[in-house]
Design a protein. Structure first.
Length: 790
């Protein structure tokens, strides 16, 4: 039968998500490595039928009857197929024991955003090589959602206090707050925020991880041991006397009343305190902080009073109590009795106000038990209070790209001897070095964005630097005095310079955009770093989910290429397989899923893959042009011959394949993911593109033109629209949110021409990655539509 050319798959490693266990020590006859699954509360072995294996042999191997196997696998009554997966009931005391269940060899870890093999090894206290050895391909970047086998050791992972480069990693539990976590570790809220800048956006998600600085804890513990005996009760704090101290100096150190401290230690000779002994400080004697001292550390914003605006209106706008606003202005010597339109007053930051009340609670309540529900929760930075129009400051932007001016200059000038002197003569026709083309196009797009911003009343100072030829030039640029005062850095272009610029960005607290490369080793090190160019490995999880959702009720046919050694294809197909079975089993359904290994000129087998009575969703998990173009052409032939309804799904690189016929994609009702697309019918796009044509006499196109070779030698501008979108997006973010814009970036949706820019943090302490993309729809009636993926 020619059916041997495809395989129907009913098992994938995703089942590990459903309480799969590997039991290597069950009865000796149970095949080694047999997996287990729990479905609707019942536990089963999952057995893959081997050559010449029948029900009798399987029943003997697992210690169950043939009847018990058939009850859960009624389809097996008509015979078993090679490779078929059947369920075998786990019966305690017969083919499973509690002791055996406790002898599992592995822990299964699901990869989350930004995690690496190194992180997983450290979390579970195993060697990195152990992770590599048990998970082929894990040396490369891990796919989001992939399942990693971690060899068990005696030490189980914990939810917190896992050392990671000088930090404990704390897993956030339900209803936990930043205030509560800080109290738990006996550190300040500010210590946590400094180590997890993502928390300043106000998002403390259950199950996420935050870093707790070990050094801060150690320093505080050391300081506590030096200053205190460590004991206290409901009435007193006990202090260990140090050399040179007096009762008065001790009272002053604790902000306590000296007379009451002296009364509490009446048996002590105040003129001869013995070093190392304890004295008592009555808690009731500790004075509350002065109001002005509290406001000296306040984070204050300027507010310009509007016509008919009252104090209560300001309080409502900023969600800050009116009495706190009054106290803040009194501390700043601003008399609110002179209230009038145009007057500038001070408004405390809401987050600071909450910390202010919490500090008051600490002083007022002492050891009184406090119900966490009564505490004010940690809140996000306000994203609707910055008003650029009040002062219209000039936004300073540094653009760092390798324009390679010298290479272009060498193309356009030649040296000649004139009257015995060597001079440079310009060529009649100007040319641009291929090494400069991409970056000049990006710069042209940035200029287009600045023209639009000028019309919108935004003041921008753009500093442009040529970073060619090497890292020494980059370091020289960063030493320029104006760089320290930049509001935004766009660049560098190459990963070789990324670490240098990233460290500068962190040192001077300047957000930076990494605009072109996807090679990024600083994402988990710089919370102000924006990875603008989308990274496939972070996006495939969302794309696969979209394919699976669209295939509900359809037959899903995954066509593999002949290149079985392609690790990328293996990982992507595994992800598809995992999600198919996860979605099906959790809904109690059997997936209509076919995995077919493509063979050249095997049209008949492919034709039989399609169900003529329902829709067929076809997905090809490959980015190899030669393989994809052959498969797509064959799928078209099989679809027409079988008269089947087919929808073809493809991945971002496909739009660059000029060997794919666009007509074929339309016939197959193509759905192709893309990070770049231009809607020419949009009025704003049309206006800005016409302006670009007029300025630079060149046609701007998307970075990935539809089924065209994306060569930099093409007489079109591929990177100008990207330069426009990056520049316009981030400068409008500074305009709308000020310097706090990284914490408000999830709200920011300005108009862009070819890119759906959406940013999320890779972790609470890491930078941002772009997860915006489109679905390009090619309908059989030759209509074309761009869908923004929400």
């Amino acid at each position: 039968m020619r059916m041997k050319h495809y395989t129907i798959v009913f098992l994938s490693s995703f089942l590990l998500l459903m309480l799969v266990h590997i039991n290597l020590h069950a009865q000796s006859s149970i095949p080694e490595g047999t997996e287990k699954i729990i479905i609707e509360g019942k536990e089963y072995y999952l057995h893959k039928v081997r050559k010449s294996e029948g029900l009798f042999r399987i029943s003997v191997s697992y210690g169950v009857s043939q009847k018990e196997i058939l009850e859960v696998n009624p389809e097996a009554a008509s015979g078993l197929l090679l490779g078929q997966i059947i369920k075998v009931p786990v019966i305690k005391g017969r083919n499973s024991t509690e002791e055996q269940l406790n002898k599992e060899k592995y822990i299964y870890h699901t990869v989350e955003t930004g995690q690496t093999a190194f992180y997983i090894a450290k979390r579970y206290h195993v060697d990195l090589q152990d992770v590599y050895d048990n998970n082929p391909g894990s040396e490369e970047k891990l796919l989001l959602g992939a399942i990693i086998k971690v060899p068990k050791k005696e030490v189980r992972p914990t939810d917190y206090k896992i050392s990671d480069d000088g930090y404990y990693v704390h897993k956030v539990e339900p209803k936990e707050t930043v205030f509560g976590i800080a109290k738990r570790y006996r550190i300040e809220i500010s210590d946590i925020l400094e180590s997890n800048e993502g928390l300043e956006s106000g998002i403390l998600a259950t199950g996420s991880y935050i870093r707790i600085p070990v050094e801060v804890i150690n320093n505080r513990e050391k300081r506590a041991k030096e200053e205190l005996d460590g004991t206290e009760d409901a009435l007193y704090i006990y202090h260990k006397i140090k050399e040179g101290e007096t009762l008065f100096s001790i009272a002053e150190a604790f902000n306590a009343k000296p007379v009451e401290v002296q009364d509490a230690n009446s048996s002590v000779n105040a003129n001869d305190l013995e070093v190392g002994y304890l004295v008592r400080i009555p808690k009731s004697s500790i004075k509350k902080p002065k109001q002005k001292d509290l406001f000296e550390t306040a984070e204050l914003k300027n507010h310009k009073i509007k016509r008919r605006e009252q104090l209560v209106d300001v309080a409502d706008k900023y969600d800050v109590p009116a009495d706190i606003i009054e106290k803040a202005n009194a501390a700043a010597n601003i008399d609110l009795r002179k209230w009038e339109k145009g007057m500038i007053i001070k408004v405390p930051n809401k987050r600071w106000v909450e910390e202010y009340y919490e500090s008051k609670l600490d002083v007022d309540l002492g050891d009184v038990a406090v119900d966490p529900k009564t505490l004010i929760p940690f809140e996000k930075i306000e994203c609707d209070v910055y008003d650029y129009s009040l002062t219209k400051p000039s936004i300073k932007v540094a653009l760092l790209l390798p324009f390679n001016v010298e290479a272009t200059k060498a193309l356009n000038y030649k040296k000649e001897l004139v009257d015995g002197q060597e001079i440079e003569i310009a060529n009649a026709k100007r040319r641009l070095s291929m090494r400069s083309k991409v970056f000049v196009e990006f710069y042209q797009g940035a200029l287009l964005a600045l023209e639009e911003l000028k019309k919108e009343g935004v003041n921008v100072d753009l500093f442009v630097y040529d970073t060619a030829p090497d890292s020494l030039k980059v370091k020289e640029i960063l030493r320029k005095p104006e760089m320290e005062y930049a509001d935004l850095i766009i660049g560098p272009a190459y990963s070789s310079n990324l670490k240098i610029v990233s460290e500068f960005s962190k040192q001077f607290d300047i957000p930076m955009v990494y605009p072109l490369s996807t090679i990024n080793n600083q994402m988990d090190k710089n919370p102000l770093l924006f990875q603008a160019n989308p990274t496939d490995s972070l996006m495939f999880d969302v794309m696969v989910k979209r394919v699976i959702e669209s295939s509900k009720g359809n037959r899903l046919v995954m066509i593999r290429t002949e290149n079985k050694d392609n690790k990328f294809e293996q990982r992507l197909s595994q992800m598809i397989r995992d999600k198919v079975y996860w979605e099906s089993f959790k809904n109690g359904e059997v997936p209509d899923f076919v995995e077919y290994y493509f063979k050249q000129d095997d049209l008949a087998s492919l034709e039989r893959m399609f169900d003529r009575n329902k829709e067929n969703t076809v997905v090809i998990p490959s980015m190899e042009e030669s393989q994809v173009s052959r498969i797509v052409t064959t799928v078209k032939g099989a679809k027409l011959k079988a008269k089947a309804n087919v929808t073809l799904w493809g991945f971002p690189d496909w739009t660059r394949f000029n060997t794919i016929n666009p007509e074929t994609v339309h016939i197959l009702n193509g759905r192709i993911f893309s990070y770049y697309a231009v809607n020419y019918s949009n009025e704003i796009n049309d206006e800005r593109i016409r302006a670009y044509r007029q300025w630079f006499k060149t046609e701007p196109i998307a970075i990935s033109p539809l089924f065209q070779a994306a060569s930099i030698q093409a007489n079109m501008s591929r990177y100008s629209l990207w330069g426009h979108d990056i520049t316009y997006f981030f400068i409008t973010a500074l305009r709308d949110y000020g310097t706090d814009f990284p914490h408000c970036i999830h709200h920011h949706r300005p108009h862009t021409i070819q890119s759906e820019l959406k940013f999320s943090r890779v972790s609470n302490w890491g930078g941002f990655y772009n997860h915006g993309f489109f679905v390009l729809k090619f309908s059989p009636d030759f209509e074309f539509e761009i869908e923004e993926v929400q």
